[in-house]
Ligand binder design. Sequence first.
Ligand code: ATP
Length: 234
Amino acid sequence: MALLETKGLTAFYGDFQALFGVDVSLSEGETVAVIGANGAGKTTLMRSISGVIAQAPGMVRFEGREIGATAADDIMAAGIAMVPEGRKLFPSLSVEENLLMGCHRRKVNGPWTLQSVYELFPILKERRDRPGTALSGGQQQMVSIGRALMSNPRVLLCDEISLGLAPVVIKDIYAAFPQIRATGASIVVVEQDIGQAMKVADRVYCMMEGRVTLSGAPADLSREEIHDAYFGTA
Ligand code: ATP
């Protein structure tokens, strides 16, 4: 049984339909990447899973239970944590206070504590009393990931964590993923960087114009297939 799955997922912004029958699944311990160009619907998919966009019943299941109509806070408390696009740190709070906000709604014992997050990203310990937003973009992204981990999630949703960061910083951030995986968390990363997605993921979904156009293990997908699924055939 999939840990998390969507079936025939649709999403609307007013009259505008952003998703058209999206089926994706995530197994226990798996890392899945969702790739696609600007506007393909990747963020909408993440928002639908995390409850930011309410869904019709029957379209999103987590641990075998229907969560499509569940409020975002309750989904978080159930074990799905989001690293949102744009990081969304609390500007008036310090690094440490931002991290602590992550376990505000879900208090479960697990591998992630302030101490283990600081071991994962040592620079955050050095800067723990600074305002979160005074950090560099890459360090802010580390805070955002650490904040999500603080809830000891079963599923970690990461929306475009590479966006606007230098390649060397992206490498540093992805270097943390093997340790996150080793704790047993299942992960979804949304990426525009195809190469990065292929490196980190067990399986990849490609989206275009609100639909899944391709899926499979990176080793089974050819460059041409990915190109066509990402940009469309001319
Ligand atoms: P990006 O990489 O730009 O974030 P994306 O693949 O995440 O792209 P979405 O942000 O999910 O794509 O957007 C899917 C479609 O929905 C786009 O056509 C976008 O313009 C539209 N859309 C997204 N958010 C809204 C909104 N709040 N109101 C209206 N339309 C929206």
